[in-house]
Design a protein around this ligand. Sequence first.
Ligand code: PGA
Ligand code: ZN
Length: 432
Amino acid sequence: MVEITRIHAIEILDSRGNPTLLTKVVLSDESVGEAKVPSGASTGIHEAVELRDGGKRFGGKGVTRAVKNVNTTIAEAMISVNPLSQKAVDEALLGLDSSKGKGELGANAILSVSMATAAAAAKHLQMELFEYLRTKVLDRPVRYLQPVPMSNVINGGAHAGNELAIQEFMILPIGMKSFPEALRCVSEVYQTLGKGMIKKYGRMAKHVGDEGGYCGFGLKSTTDAFDAIIRAIEEVGYRPKKDVVLGIDAAASGFFENGKYHIDGEQLDPPELRDFYINLERSYPLSIVEDPFEEESFADFTDYTRRTKIQVITDDLTVSNPQIVKRAIDEKAGNALLLKVNQIGTVSEAIESAKLANSAGWSVVVSHRSGETSDTFISDLSVALSNGQIKTGAPARSDRVEKYNRLLEIYDLLGGECGYPSSEFRIAWRKY
Ligand code: PGA
Ligand code: ZN
């Protein structure tokens, strides 16, 4: 039987220049799997805990303690674990850290081994990672749906230094027939939007935020950003609503202060913010709102979800944690789950959250973090889950583009034999 023979981590940098882990897992047949761990900026308070060194080095953000934990405690314990059972791998990892948020060994340390072992197992079985996750970990049939890219073309909130309260302005090319066509649409709209912004607001507008979207220089309000995007969609020749719809990640904790939401020069209470979104839905082809309220207001999420027909995604509210996902489902606090593996810390727990969401009729959106690396695990995970949506930034900067390029590669590997969800993106996953 194949065994884990070596686990080795080093400290590398993420897309913001902050330290993170690169971990390699080597099996007895020389199969190697590797993983690089992402990191958020607008993190939910109930997320799993990254272990950082503190002190002066890297402004306290070093991960040498997490690296050491991988190379000693974790490596020693994992030698006897079957790498071909992701359940056994993750149970063993969970058994090493009894703290609530995995902060003892570090969720970053634990996740790196969880992901890298899955990659090594796929290599050993001579499978692509998405195939391995689909058939061996999720135990689902060999039918694949590629995701609609939810591409964040204008950055705001914690990801850019501008006046926009909303963190992410996204386009979804739902009128396309395949993922490659969808990505082309995203790129064309992005390039045209950039030119339009420079023309209107000057060269500062070409700068980008943490996730590669334009920094929003010159834009004063939510509707300014929507108008700029709609203009770009039309200029390229696509039809707003039919070909391309809009989405936002409000990441509302970021503009919540003293019981009020500070947005577009106003201070709104929860029902007023709800009506703000409902008015946007009426004026624009807005199909998605993520984290409409701050991260603990389940009742406000429920109220909005009850009154709207669009997709309400929970991110900071649920932090990919199965227990919290259960609560959100029970309270009907949304209708789709944002899934970030580093919010919870193991592949198995993330998949448990996804399965819970699906069994309640919610779809699952696999997501990057604002601090990323060249790792493309999430592209494979999104195809393995075949839930039809991925959130991985603008088509700019290699930390984002690598994920899209991996999806193009997967399309090719499958010989184009994979679905694209189009306008049915919210329910298409049910056939897979
Ligand atoms: P983060 O942002 O990675 O900075 O948390 C992404 C998101 O809120 O979806
Ligand atoms: Zn979010």
